[in-house]
Write a protein that binds this ligand. Sequence first.
Ligand SMILES: [Zn+2]
Length: 135
Amino acid sequence: MPKGKIYRILGLLIDINEKNFNWYDACSICNNKVYYNVGQVICYKCHKNDVQIIQGVALTITIKDSSGSMRLILFNKQIEYLLRSTISEVKEWIEPVNEGSKLKEKCQLSLYNAYVFTKFLQVRILLYYPTKSIL
Ligand SMILES: [Zn+2]
């Protein structure tokens, strides 16, 4: 894919890597990962120090279309959309005491549905929305 273009892909969601949620501290303004330096919380995207922190999370999924399959990384809002749940609910479900059964159930509901994924520069998915289930 050449850079600088937006691509829309209609893909079937074939895998959610539910064992590998990647949790991190994120900037409350832009949702990017923050860094710590000498007691300060820095967001390099906003060019600000001491930003408010929110819970950030990333999740890898695999989609498939007629030309092949592709792995994508989803972030907070997209994960909430996909699992029809809040990030705090997801966090609770992956606690060892809950054995991930609720999470598994939620993932099953999303699997094998078709979504339109919008990608920019192969880096970030900007938005997606469901079309219809093909099963
Ligand atoms: Zn920021």
